[in-house]
Design a protein around this ligand. Structure first.
Ligand code: DX5
Ligand code: ZN
Length: 223
């Protein structure tokens, strides 16, 4: 079976002293993944809309903001203005997921939902048809460079069935611990969108080559 695999470099572990050059190295990817952390929802701080806006002029890729913050509703407009095309939110950080997804769409952006490893798929009830991606966290969010939690693999398989049965046009993304060893496993389970940080930016190999290799995994016959 041939599956189109999309790759989204996460710049969290890129060299922040030369972010523009780092972003230029991954132009052959499909999306640029921006990890937004507030030190409350996750125990780390990263960057905000100003960085997205500064990079916007230096990349042709669409940007997605993965919000790992409290009060997510406050950041939709600033990221829309900064030029991102998609905002991905966490249900664990809101009691109004449906409202949040609607306001992302009302802002003219694509909406995505990210689920922590321990969050069940039924959190997606009601919003799934509105999403262009579900991002299954394969690490507990907060830091780059963690090891993939293999217990999430059955969740990927289950979501693949749900998306296929409902005939939805929704990518199944994985985020955290993706590398040459784990990518084939998550793709076999049904993922078609790979966020990768450390593997792309802390590697001696050319990022463009790694991206090409990851995308090629979708062309391999698994049957
Ligand atoms: C985790 C973030 C990531 C992650 C990816 O909190 O959402 O996008 O840093 O980085 P690697 O590929 O290093 O796990
Ligand atoms: Zn992320």
């Amino acid at each position: 079976m041939i599956v189109s695999i999309q790759v989204a470099p996460s710049i969290l572990n890129a060299d922040f002293a030369q972010l523009r050059l780092e972003v230029e190295k991954v132009e052959t990817a499909d999306w640029l993944h921006l990890d937004i952390m507030d030190g409350h929802f996750v125990p780390n701080l990263s960057f905000g809309p100003a960085v997205a806006e500064a990079l916007r002029a230096h990349s042709k890729l669409p940007f997605e903001a993965h919000l790992m913050v409290e009060n997510q509703e406050n950041y939709i407009a600033p990221f829309a203005e900064a030029g991102v095309s998609r905002v991905i939110v966490h249900p664990e950080a809101t009691v109004h997921l449906h409202r949040l997804v609607q306001s992302i769409k009302d802002s003219g952006l694509e909406a995505g939902v990210a689920l922590n490893p321990a969050t069940p798929l039924n959190s997606l009830d009601l919003v799934l048809p509105d999403l262009s991606i579900v991002l299954l966290m394969t690490v507990n969010p907060g830091f780059g460079g963690q090891r993939l939690i293999r217990g999430v693999l059955p969740k990927i398989e289950k979501l693949r069935k749900v998306v296929a049965e409902a005939d939805l046009n929704c990518r199944i993304g994985v985020d955290g611990g993706i590398n040459g060893e784990t990518a084939p496993e998550v793709i076999a389970a049904g993922a078609d969108f790979l966020v990768a940080g450390t593997y792309l930016f802390k590697n001696k190999q050319d990022p463009a080559q790694i991206i090409a290799n990851l995308k090629r995994l979708g062309n391999e016959d698994e049957d």
